[in-house]
Design a protein around this ligand. Structure first.
Ligand code: SF4
Length: 375
């Protein structure tokens, strides 16, 4: 299983001031790692990870290629010693799109970097400008092209619910990222931290964030569509540990955001099949429905605190779910009555043997076993 040795590199003296970023909070609380720290982390991981050939050294924290050059080289040369045959698979870095060019990519390649993630955040120039990112959507396109041409794995990070971003801008970002088709994506709903421009705009009433449900629905759409297109979604929502919790004054945060998105995706897919079955008159009178989902995904399909079961119950449906091999993630299949009855019998043999009534697959009635004429 893939794993990362994560090394956080605060962006030292960043010349930018993005509207959502509180550099003081980040740099004040994080110690700058040096070559000894990188070596220690690698040595420690060598004895701990299950599969070193599928492990990468990951420099996270923002704009790796924009930190002072000497410091960047110090970190890279420390990590490079642990990359290659019999050692870790490679090095991942994340950076801004306007700090990528041919020279930087040559350096990264020579030190064993294999994957580059760009903070795209939005593909609408209007939103990028309103959030004071200091780069354009064209910078993202250009950097993505260069990264691909040089044979690196490409990752894009997007933020949902930024200042001045409405449905139209979110659609633009989603479609452009789909078109670029990166290898990986991180989906971050906006979290508003105090001492940031976004916090000021929120307080003054200029920034009216979208509703949580809208951001959830946009994130779920992105998660589902990227997954279906073969783009690996490596993060959806912030980890509890990543957020400066006491500094959050607004925005969209939930400790299990990805699970919420997955539950919503399953619900929407089941709803579409139910609507179609009702329209075509294929659902039994008692409105019982059994769905098959990918093996291992039952809890995602049921939703947090059985939210999806409750949702359908309110709409008058009695929904059950069963697992099946060879199904895609988020895919659902509505079983026909006979198949559902067979499944139920297969998995509930003991219960059926104990039961004083049985259900007939032929006449579809429930009756005591002795009265069943079909034998
Ligand atoms: S988010 Fe913006 S301001 Fe913050 S460190 Fe990155 S580039 Fe600098």
């Amino acid at each position: 299983m893939h794993s990362n040795i994560s090394i956080f590199v605060p962006h030292v003296g960043c010349p930018h001031k993005c509207a959502f970023c509180d550099q003081n909070a980040i740099t004040g609380k994080q110690k700058l790692p040096h070559k000894e720290d990188v070596e220690r982390a690698c040595l420690q991981a060598l004895g701990q990870v299950d599969d070193i050939a599928d492990t990468e050294i990951a420099f996270f924290g923002g704009s790796f290629t924009a930190i002072p050059r000497e410091y960047m080289l110090e970190l890279l040369s420390a990590a490079h010693k642990y990359v290659g045959e019999g050692r870790f698979r490679g090095i991942r870095i994340s950076t801004r799109p306007d700090y990528i060019d041919g020279e930087i990519l040559d350096i990264l390649k020579s030190f064993g970097v294999t994957a580059i993630e760009l903070g795209a955040q939005s593909m609408s120039d209007e939103v990028l400008e309103a959030n004071e990112r200091g780069h354009t959507a064209e910078d993202v396109r250009k950097a993505s092209r260069l990264i691909r041409e040089c044979g690196f794995e490409l990752g894009l990070q997007m933020m949902i619910g930024l200042y001045k971003s409405c449905r139209e801008q979110e659609d633009e970002t989603f479609s452009e990222i789909m078109a670029i088709h990166p290898d990986t994506v991180r989906i971050y709903p906006v979290v508003i931290l105090k001492n940031t421009r976004l916090a000021e705009l929120l307080e003054s009433g200029d920034y009216e964030p979208m509703s949580f449900d809208e951001v959830l629905s946009l994130s779920a759409r992105a998660l589902g569509a990227f997954t279906e297109a073969g783009i690996r979604v490596i993060k959806c929502g912030l980890h509890a540990s990543e957020i400066v919790e006491q500094d959050m004054v607004g925005g969209f945060y939930h400790p299990a955001f990805r699970e919420l998105c997955e539950g919503l995706l399953y619900r929407l897919n089941m709803e579409a099949l139910l609507d179609k079955a009702v329209e075509e008159g294929r659902l039994p009178e008692n409105k019982n429905a059994v769905f098959a989902v990918k093996k291992g995904c039952l809890s995602k399909a049921i939703g947090q605190k059985k939210a999806n079961i409750g949702y359908f119950e309110k709409a008058g449906f009695k929904v059950k779910m069963t697992e099946e091999n060879d199904m895609g993630l988020y895919e659902v299949r509505l079983l026909d009555e006979l198949e559902a009855a067979h499944r139920y019998s297969m998995y509930n043999k003991k219960l059926i043997k104990r039961s004083r009534v049985c259900g007939c697959f032929y006449c579809k009635k429930h009756l005591p076993p002795m009265k069943c004429r079909a034998g």
